[in-house]
Design a protein around this ligand. Structure first.
Ligand code: GLC
Length: 719
């Protein structure tokens, strides 16, 4: 494919395909950032100062400023002026990129930052940061660096991605209301412009550039319970008994750092967990898998095999030619050099040993900003690649989490298993290896409020498999907050209740019968809709589509949805409108255009209007879009694909078509075509199912369709 790089007045404009343009004088040179550029042949009309293709016109004006027009209307504009945004950081600034925005612009994206969808008026810094205090909208840096924005301005949408791994400041109309300033000390002036008619097209293109997310195990969509600290087997059994005796579904229990010997990775404290393998075997029988934490810092201790080996083989970050030491949970700690492929390979092998020895199903990578208790890592800490190339901390900092997860993800894929890796720190390109959670939130109402826009924002940034700690990590949750939290977050793709040591317990039964009953009701909605969430995971994997969506993704030209933070769509068909404020028992819901059904009562409502909805403590509020067909499971307490012998296609929401996907939910065999696709149609009230693709031997004994009146088993008609 021809590379369309056009030099206009000293500026390079690379038209990669219909929807992706790269603009630079100097390309981002970091070899740590891996992008995938899909060039296609285009009919470009070029003269000295402009390029035309499709509906677009690109012009270079004074001071090498780029302007982009769509159908002759301005879409996007670089500016040059003397406005100077202060960068209160040490070091000189190399690059300043400026874009113009109007007063009406909305700016979305930039990953995990708290607290609202629209980022306009704020300033952010991409520099992965572990800050345990209570995050709010003034926090410039959190755990993740995802330099992607969607700008909605002049009635159009455009995406911008800044691919540098160096520390970068984004001033989004904070200092100058009509400017976006991207300022980098070391990164170059290289950025991507992503074109598309609507946000979904832009997200699809962007996700291809940074790499689409992996397909999760079906089970991963199940409920997960964690706490720092389930310190010993007795605590672990307390959790299992709590779930079993209260008939609550559960798929994973997480082991936080307490299971280790003196917080040392890949060790198990035999006094606390005398036989972890037999415990995990016993749990597997009951449908529960174990996820174990794995930290970035490795304990400095002679005689500890992992430390000894990393040291012996030179697989550590160094400073002045010596292993660099800081302090994390284990005390003095060193940091594996995951940028060296041999080190990654070594850790992959240790992870496989560990997972097999103890029956561990998933690994939770933590503290990988990397966090350090004895001041930050100096910027000249070194990482040497296997080929001798050296990278310094200022360049690799934001990539450390990603390279760590690459090493761990392989421990699963090498055994033909889909990865189950969770990471706290990441860069824009990490979701092909790992799912994410948003770090240490707190049991505060404003953190519950922030959870919806946070998860939705991560989703539009190509991190569909995201979640927050349900109930809040730090502080003591109250009964009401825990109830509202599980109600609001019940569709988070990664659903985990997690809390800090020393806080009040927040397992579903920690309060009273009412809390327990609501929690159970919510989990039963979740488990019912797991096939729907799985279909959305497949679309995320194949097409880059978000699972949890801000309303503007589905209704891009409805002005009323642009700043709705407390309602989100789940795919195309469901909308959740929970209570996220203390004491509230009703709220205003906005129904966008179309007709909608109440999920619980099946009552139909016309859209394009606001209404007041009563939502008592034991209820949440979910609407189904007309024409939806929902795939459902029933009565599950954990997910084992081989034992799920029926599926229901609920086509009671009017005429529509839907594709449901099925595979073994666990291995990579789907890549060899071992999957099924069912096409379900409701045409004038008559519901039919047919195979669109058949390549997997399904365990289903019944395939029911529901037309609103009766359930009909169609499995024999299908064969
Ligand atoms: C970090 C993690 C948290 C974990 C704790 C102890 O704070 O974010 O989830 O429980 O470390 O490992």
């Amino acid at each position: 494919m021809e590379e369309n790089i056009i030099n206009l007045n000293g500026k390079n404009i690379e038209v990669i395909n219909n929807s992706l343009i790269r603009v630079y004088k100097e390309k981002n040179s970091s070899k740590l950032v891996k992008l995938s550029l899909e060039h296609s042949d285009l009919d470009l009309k070029i003269n000295d100062e402009e390029i035309r293709f499709n509906d677009y016109l690109l012009k270079i004006g004074d001071n090498q400023r780029l302007s982009v027009y769509k159908n002759d209307e301005l879409l996007f504009n670089e500016i040059s002026n003397n406005n100077f945004v202060r960068y209160d950081d040490e070091g000189e600034v190399k690059t300043r990129i400026k874009f113009e925005i109007t007063d009406k612009a909305y700016i979305y994206g930039l990953g995990d930052k708290a607290a609202f969808l629209n980022r306009k008026g704020y300033q952010y810094v991409s520099w992965n940061t572990d800050d345990p205090t209570a995050h709010n909208e003034t926090y410039r840096s959190l755990y993740k660096s995802i330099n992607f924005m969607i700008i909605n301005d002049r009635d159009k949408y455009v995406g911008i991605f800044y691919p540098s791994s160096y520390k970068t400041l984004f001033d989004l109309g904070k200092t100058f209301p009509n400017e976006i300033n991207i300022i980098s000390q070391k990164g170059s002036d290289d950025y991507f412009l992503i074109l598309g008619d609507n946000p979904l097209d832009i997200i699809r293109t962007y996700s291809l550039l940074v790499g689409r997310t992996f397909l999760p195990r079906l089970k991963m969509l199940g409920n997960q319970q964690s706490r720092w600290s389930y310190a010993k087997e007795e605590d672990f059994r307390y959790v299992v008994n709590g779930y079993k005796s209260n008939k609550l579904p559960l798929d994973y229990i997480h082991l936080d750092i307490d299971y280790m010997v003196r917080f040392s990775n890949f060790t198990v404290d035999k006094e606390k967990y005398p036989n972890l393998k037999s415990l995990s075997d016993e749990m597997k029988e009951q449908g529960i898998d174990i996820v174990a934490i794995y930290d970035a810092g490795v304990k400095v201790e002679k005689g500890y095999f992992f430390y000894d080996n990393l040291l012996k083989m030179d697989y550590l970050l160094t400073l002045d030619n010596k292993p660099y030491v800081n302090v994390v949970w284990p005390g003095d700690s060193v940091f594996p050099n995951y940028f060296d492929s041999k080190c990654r390979e070594y850790v992959t092998n240790e992870a496989i040993n560990f997972e097999e020895k103890y029956g561990i199903a998933g690994i939770w990578c933590d503290m990988n900003e990397p966090a350090s208790f004895n001041g930050p890592l100096p910027l000249n800490v070194e990482a040497r690649k296997a080929n001798g190339e050296v990278f310094y901390h200022d360049e690799f900092h934001n990539m450390y989490g990603e390279y760590m997860t690459r090493s761990i993800a392989k421990s699963f894929t090498r055994r033909n298993l889909r990865p189950f890796v969770i990471t706290r720190a990441c860069f824009a390109t990490t979701s092909k290896y790992s799912l994410v959670w948003n770090g240490d939130n707190q049991s505060l109402w404003h953190h519950l409020e922030a959870s919806l826009p946070q998860v939705a924002t991560m989703n539009i940034c190509n991190f569909p498999l995201d979640g927050v700690d349900v109930g809040g990590f730090n502080c003591d949750v109250t009964k009401e907050l825990l109830i509202r939290w599980i109600e609001a977050n019940i569709f988070n793709p990664f659903l985990r209740n997690h809390s800090s040591a020393g806080t009040r317990g927040q397992e579903p039964w920690a309060f009273d019968e009412e809390t327990l009953n609501v929690y159970r009701d919510m989990l039963s909605i979740r488990y019912e809709l797991i096939p729907y969430l799985y279909d959305l995971s497949v679309k995320a994997h194949l097409k880059g589509e978000p699972i949890i969506r801000p309303l503007f993704v589905n209704f891009p030209f409805d002005e009323k949805v642009k700043e709705i933070n407390d309602q989100v769509m789940i795919g195309e068909s469901l909308m959740i409108c929970p209570i996220v404020h203390q004491g509230k028992k009703d709220r205003v819901v906005y129904l966008p255009e179309g007709n909608w059904y109440d999920y619980f009562t099946h009552q139909k409502y016309e859209g394009n209007k606001k209404m007041l909805v009563e939502i008592p403590l034991d209820k949440t509020c979910i609407f189904v879009k007309e024409g939806a067909i929902l795939p459902k499971y029933r009565n599950l307490l954990s997910i084992n694909k081989n034992e799920i012998d029926e599926i229901i296609f609920d086509a009671s929401y009017g005429e529509g078509t839907y594709i449901n996907y099925e595979d073994d939910g666990e291995t990579l065999d789907y890549l060899q075509g071992e999957s099924n696709e069912y096409c379900i149609t409701n045409h004038k009230g008559k519901v039919s199912v047919e195979y669109k693709y058949k390549g997997y031997v399904s365990p289903y004994k019944h395939i029911y369709v529901y037309d609103g009146k009766e359930y009909k088993d169609v499995i024999d008609e299908l064969k």
